[in-house]
Structures are given as C-alpha cells and as structure tokens.
Ligand binder design. Structure first.
Ligand code: PHE
Length: 360
C-alpha cells in the first residue's frame, strides 16, 4: 500500500477547503462513497496474501477513520458558522416596544341599528330591506306623492343620470325608507310587521343635516291595528332603547301624504348643564314621523284597504344615536376619524341584546 500519506494529505486538504456542506459531501463521496477512492482500495484487499492484507487493511481503516473524523469536524464547524450567520442576519430586538396596529370600533350608527333591531325583534318585527337607488314610483308615486305634489320639492332629491334621449323618469337616491313599506307589502302581503333600517339621501348639509343619513321605517298591518298600538309600540321602544324606567311621548297632528291621520312624535326630556335627560323635564324633542297607512298606499302595494289597516313610522337613527350617546355634531359621524371612533365607538363582539343589556 503505497501513497497512503499522499492520499491522506489530499483528502484532509479537500475537507479543510470545502466551503459549504454540499462541497463537503462531494469530498465524502469521492473518498468514502461506494465508488470512492478508499473504498476502491478496500476492494483490492481480497486479492492480497493474508499477511499483507492484514497490514494494508489496518492502515486503510485508520486512514478511513481519520478522513471520516475530519469530515464530521468540518461539517459541524460549517453548521455552526451557518447558524451564526443566520443569527446575525435575523437579529431581532425583543425589547423594542410593540407597534400597535390602528384598530377600529363599531360605529355608533351600527350599534344603534343592532339595538333597535333587537328591541323590535322582541315585539315581533322582522327586518326588511330595499335598494338605495330607487325608482321614483317606489320613492314617491306609490306613497301617494304624485309628480306635481309639493312634497317632491321638499325632499331635496338626488336624481340619477339618464342617458341623453332616454326620457323615462330618472331613478333617485331614496329620500326616506318609506319605499320599503311598498316593497315589503308587495312581497309578503298582509298581515305584516317589519322594520327597515338603512341609508337615505337628501341634498342638505349643516350641523344637524348630512346629505346621507339613516332612518328606520316601521310598518304593522293587520285587521284591526290602530293608533293606540302605534303609541304602545313607540313607548315600549323608547323605554327599552333609552334604558330608562319610563318615557312620555307627545303626538302632534301633522301631515304626510302616505299616512292619514299623521302625527309627529316628541319625547319628554330636559337639558341640564348641556346634559340631555330622556324621560323627564319640561322640554320636548321631536324624534319621528308616523301615522295610519293611507289606503292608497296599501292599494299601491296590492293590499286590500277594505280588509287591512295599520301604522307606519319613520325615525332618524343618527338623531337617536346622538341623543342616547351624547354626540354633539352629526357631521363627525361620517368623517371616518379614528380618534372620534375610539371615543364614541363600541367594542366588536358586544352584540346588543335585551337580556344582556343593550349598551354594556
Ligand atoms: N318618511 C317620512 C320622512 O322621511 C317619515 C314617515 C314614515 C312618516 C312613515 C310617516 C310614516 O320624513
């Protein structure tokens, strides 16, 4: 067995020079792999004389162990170096303060919609919906507001665009939730008990008006529904919503084309030191419009006014949200200011329900 020292020097140098684990593996295969140089020499042992074989075999085994040991040592050295490098580049200062992500809250309008839905659901009212872009028939005609009626002007309507030459009446952004009365009755017939919360639009903008705001419509039709039922339902609602033991409502005669008789409803309250108190005091605050559904409206929705009658009301959601939660300026509702939302908003997952309390 000549040249073992040369072989040893060759492989130990190769091991020392291997720059990474895959280069090292190549060295291992070349020396100790099945077809490697050392293995090939092992294979020649069989043809030797017993004494020579013994001596050569022992030397080869020593060489093999030496190369193997060098490979292992280099391998763990490389792994340590790789880890050091990773630790250096993936360095993270765990003592840095956390960076809080901007977090939103439930908007007061959403909260109030959930609250009033829970209250009316408890009285047997289902939720109905309609489109915000509405035909003028649903928004006006079906509600007994013919084209020449002055109420059309009072509504400050936004009209949708029509292509030039298309002279069908334009669609409108609904000016109130009352068209949902027609849609709900047309779809479900009578008897019916629904509320319809949603967005409405009027061309108006000051501290108490925004071009988009929210209303909730109420509708109850049956064989013998009266103004007395309307009064009870509204009182029950206000007591539950404002979370006070009792409320007092005042019905003022009024006029809407779609109800007869019609009434605007005020709630007794007081202003003390800028603080509004619902339920007691010597002031009245208007909160909604209401009345007995006009026979022409029932007819337009395919409900026979000789057999059915009932009440409807429309209430401003933003207004009652401001009243309950002491929010002074309506415009802030729609400015998407996170600081405002954090102050007036509600925790997600705190869904209002009657047994759990509405505004925990
Ligand atoms: N739609 C009316 C409004 O927007 C409110 C209303 C609804 C009045 C239902 C009576 C009955 O002012």
């Amino acid at each position: 067995m000549d040249g073992l020292d040369t072989l040893k020097a060759k492989y130990l140098t190769a091991v020392a020079n291997a720059a990474d684990e895959s280069a090292l593996e190549e060295v291992r295969v070349a020396a100790l792999g099945k077809k490697g140089e050392i293995s090939a020499m092992m294979a020649t042992l069989g043809k030797m004389e017993p004494d020579a074989r013994k001596a050569a075999g022992a030397m080869l085994n020593v060489l093999k162990d030496e190369i193997d040991a060098a490979l292992r040592a280099r391998k763990s050295g490389l792994a340590d170096a790789a880890l050091d490098e990773r630790l250096r580049t993936e360095w993270l200062d765990v003592t840095l303060p956390g960076r809080p992500r901007p977090r939103g809250t439930i908007h007061p309008v959403s909260q109030v919609m959930e609250e009033l839905t829970a209250i009316f659901a408890d009285m047997g009212f289902a939720v109905a919906e309609g489109p915000q872009v509405e035909s003028d028939w649903y928004n006006f005609d079906a509600l007994n507001i013919p084209p020449e009626h002055p109420a059309r002007q009072e509504h400050d309507t936004f009209f949708m665009h029509r292509a030039p030459g298309d002279d069908r009446p334009p669609h409108v952004l609904r000016t109130h939730t009352s068209p949902v009365q027609i849609r709900a009755m047309t779809e479900q017939g009578a008897p019916i008990r629904v509320i319809a919360p949603g967005r409405v639009y009027r061309m108006d903008m000051d501290q108490t008006h925004t071009p988009m705001f929210h209303q909730v419509e109420g509708l109850a039709i049956d064989r013998d529904i009266s103004m007395a039922n309307l009064k009870w339902v509204l009182e029950e609602f206000c007591r539950a919503y404002f979370e006070v033991p009792s409320v007092e409502l005042r019905f003022r005669a009024s006029h809407f084309p779609f109800t007869e008789p019609s009434a605007e409803v005020d709630i007794r309250c007081s202003w003390e030191g800028g603080q509004l108190k619902i339920g007691q005091g010597d002031k009245w605050m208007e909160i909604l419009g209401s009345g007995m559904v006009h026979p022409k409206v029932l007819q337009a929705a395919g409900v026979d006014p000789a057999q059915w009658q009932g009440f409807a009301f429309g209430m401003g959601i933003d207004r009652i949200a401001m009243l309950k939660y002491g929010i002074p300026d309506l415009r802030a509702f729609f400015e998407s200011d996170l600081r405002w939302l954090r102050h007036y908003g509600f925790a997600a997952l705190d869904m209002p329900d009657l047994p759990g309390g509405l505004s925990r």
